[in-house]
Design a protein around this ligand. Structure first.
Ligand code: ACO
Length: 329
């Protein structure tokens, strides 16, 4: 029997705003300090867009790099997925804006909203399109611009997030490589742990929404923390078991970059040494859907990842959503 087709990430790219916000900068804005932020989260600085940079701009820059590295032209792309919860505008999708800017006129394009798990959800979806043969050259972008939706008066959230974009080209794997296993989950009963109450269709933009700061992110950090440690370890273990592998077989773990303490605790549960974990949270904070593709692109550029490496990716986010994927590079 012919083996099932699998998706492979054939190239990567990233785009980060030049604007840096350090922990010392935040000391000027809210009642916080560098020591608290570093020890509680591992973050030292994050990137922030200026008034003229948008979600679609960063997406296009990251995408151009990934396409060039895959030796593809924009018109070769047949599916364009933008994983994001921070589109430029409510309508149309960021994916359509990116398509126009790239001139990727042969693609069909859509946004995928799964909080910080968006990139992994997108990879799972891309794999299905490759498996069915309905797409051959998929551009998957993980992008989030959190700075405009964060309450800069709320020290519980404003220190955690940053802006950025990562892109990958997904094609059918050659040989034995590619996506080996993926499991995605959601639990909408936990929606109240991380949400924006206003600005949608239930509470449309109004003076009241803005006055009560309902258009900003609300988060129950400690509850998400406990949940994240548990499911990061469990879902990584699940995709490993699907392929009869153990944590010790991994060359790299790429976790969502939300909090260094979450990453450390999950790795402790899995028995994975931190030397095998790709981390850039100290420089960028939590960039939601962009976190995994950006740290992946950095590792590829640094030559860390080699052909044949076994890599697990794991994420959690608003929804709540979570999931893990196992790939042979
Ligand atoms: N600076 C100084 N003190 C602070 C700050 C700050 N920036 N933020 C909170 N504190 C205070 C709190 O007010 C509290 O003070 P109190 O005891 O007087 O009330 C104290 O520090 C301890 O607060 P905790 O919430 O217990 O701190 P904790 O150790 O849980 O760390 C944190 C908080 C960093 C938010 C942690 O819970 C966390 O990272 N949770 C996960 C959040 C997350 O990952 N969210 C993203 C999800 S992904 C997505 O979809 C976007």
């Amino acid at each position: 029997m012919k083996p099932e087709k699998a998706a492979a990430i054939v190239s990567t790219g990233r785009a980060l705003p030049v604007g840096r916000v350090t922990n010392l900068d935040l000391e000027e804005i809210v009642d916080t300090n560098d020591e608290w932020i570093r020890t509680r989260t591992g973050i030292r600085e994050r990137r922030m867009v200026n008034a003229s940079e948008t979600n679609a701009d960063l997406s296009v820059s990251a995408a151009r790099l990934a396409l060039e590295r895959a030796a593809l032209r924009p018109e070769d792309v047949d599916l364009l997925i933008v994983a994001t919860v921070t589109p430029d505008q409510p309508l149309p999708s960021s994916a359509c804006l990116v398509q126009a800017k790239l001139n990727a006129y042969n693609a069909f394009a859509f946004d995928l909203a799964a909080g910080c798990t968006g990139f992994l959800y997108g990879l799972h979806v891309a794999d299905k399109f490759i498996k069915t043969g309905s797409a051959k050259n998929i551009l998957l972008i993980g992008v989030d611009i959190l700075s405009p939706i964060i309450d800069w008066q709320d020290r519980n959230t404003c220190v955690l997030f940053g802006d950025g974009a990562g892109a990958v080209v997904v094609k059918e794997a050659k040989g034995s490589g590619g996506l080996k296993a993926a499991r995605m989950f959601s639990d909408g009963s936990k929606a109240g742990l991380l949400y924006i109450p206003g600005g949608g269709t239930r509470l449309p933009p109004s003076g009241m929404v803005v006055e009560k700061r309902l258009h900003y992110v609300k988060m129950n950090g400690p509850e998400i923390f406990k949940f994240a440690v548990k499911i990061m370890a469990e879902s990584t273990q699940q995709v490993l078991e699907m392929c009869a592998k153990s944590p010790q077989d991994l060359d790299y773990l790429i976790p969502h970059q939300a909090n260094m303490r979450i990453i450390e605790a999950a790795c402790k549960r899995l028995g994975i040494d931190l030397s095998k974990v790709l981390i850039n949270i100290e420089r960028y904070g939590n960039m939601s859907s962009a976190s995994i593709p950006v740290v992946l692109d950095e590792a590829v550029e640094e030559g860390k990842i080699k052909s044949g490496d076994l890599i697990a990716m794991v994420a959690f986010g608003a929804g709540l959503t979570w999931g893990a994927a196992l790939l042979e590079w």
